[in-house]
Design a protein around this ligand. Structure first.
Ligand code: ZN
Length: 336
């Protein structure tokens, strides 16, 4: 059941009924799945995405990026992508000045370690990457092995020390490893060295950007060759010193049920988590609201939804009723 399958007419019909009542309907999206050298099978086995590809690393669940622009499933917008919807139906999204849909929601299944990387901010990316946006991102840990650690930040005290440690390959001393557990949430500013480690299943909310500088790849080879590194760009953008771990990691396991808890509120987005047990009626009026079902199943305004589905509630939609036993992760964008 649900919008993970293109052929599901059930969802679409119910969505149409809602449109008559309230203007724009809740928008359901067809995720874009990406094979990665480090990817696994859990996007298929845990999240139920219907694909024959292997080494699935990423599901771009809410994306209007040219490298993976989601198709809209609602029948009245069929054939449209989210980027086209952004151009043609500004009323759906609320007041924004950007010519691009601002956010991107991914689910990441890291079977192996991802490379050590860093993202530029808007200024650097705009100048060096053909006008691309920079990348602020954040991670919600859905699952990870016992005693898992992520790489977040570094231990160098100055730019000189950073350069020296990178040139000498002192990765063990340089990279800061942070213990994590399922339910943890980590904000990653541009300029922060980071890496997702093997065994972690993560929902990522980020700026709509695909610019990554690879600092170190564990000297691995892919098809006999090392992957390209971007040492100079990385050194250009890495923040020194790194912000403290306490400032970036939050534990969300004990949050009350049936309540949208705000996990981060930064200049680009606000991210929220809801542990639903029963039902909740809420209003999210000013802008669109991206929602991902991370666990469980239920209904949104009567439409059945389940783990792995992604939808967008339009601006000025009014009251929304969610029912069931689900963990929802949501985000809204700032008009940056
Ligand atoms: Zn990243």
């Amino acid at each position: 059941m649900g919008a993970k399958m293109m052929q599901n007419g059930d969802v679409i019909q119910r969505t149409l009924t809602i449109e008559k009542k309230k203007g724009y309907p809740i928008l359901f999206l067809q995720p874009v799945l990406k094979s990665m050298v480090w990817g696994g099978e859990r996007l298929r086995t845990d999240f139920g995405y219907d694909t024959l590809e292997s080494h699935l690393g990423e599901c771009w669940g809410i994306s209007a990026h040219p490298n993976g622009d989601c198709q809209i499933l609602n029948v009245e917008y069929s054939g449209k992508t989210l980027s086209r919807m952004w151009q043609e139906e500004p009323g759906f999204f609320g007041k924004f000045h950007s010519s691009r849909f601002p956010l991107l929601t991914k689910i990441i299944d890291a079977k192996k370690d991802l490379s050590i990387q860093v993202h530029p901010d808007d200024v650097y990316a705009g100048e060096r990457e053909y006008g691309s946006l920079g990348k602020m991102e954040c991670w919600y840990v859905v699952d990870c092995p016992a005693k898992a650690e992520l790489v977040v930040g570094h231990e160098a005290a100055s730019k000189e020390e950073l350069e020296q440690m990178v040139q000498q390959g002192k990765w063990k001393e340089l990279l800061r490893r942070v213990p994590i557990a399922p339910g943890d949430f980590i904000q990653i500013d541009p300029g922060t060295i980071h890496a997702i480690t093997g065994g972690c299943l993560i929902v990522e909310t980020q700026q709509n950007s695909d610019i990554t500088y690879r600092l170190y790849d564990y000297d691995r080879k892919v098809d006999g060759k090392p992957r390209e590194l971007h040492i100079q760009q990385s050194l250009d953008v890495i923040q020194v010193p790194s912000p403290s771990v306490e400032d970036s990691v939050q534990h969300t396991q004990e949050q009350p049920k049936n309540y949208w808890k705000s996990l981060v509120d930064c200049q680009y987005y606000q991210v929220y988590k809801l542990e639903l047990a029963g039902s909740l009626t809420f209003t999210h009026n000013e802008t669109f609201f991206n929602v991902t079902v991370v666990e469980g199943q239920g209904r949104v305004d009567g439409i059945p939804v389940e783990k792995g589905e992604h939808f967008i509630i339009p601006a000025i939609y009014g009251k929304v009723r969610v029912e069931g036993n689900m963990t929802l992760l949501a985000s809204d964008a700032k008009d940056a």
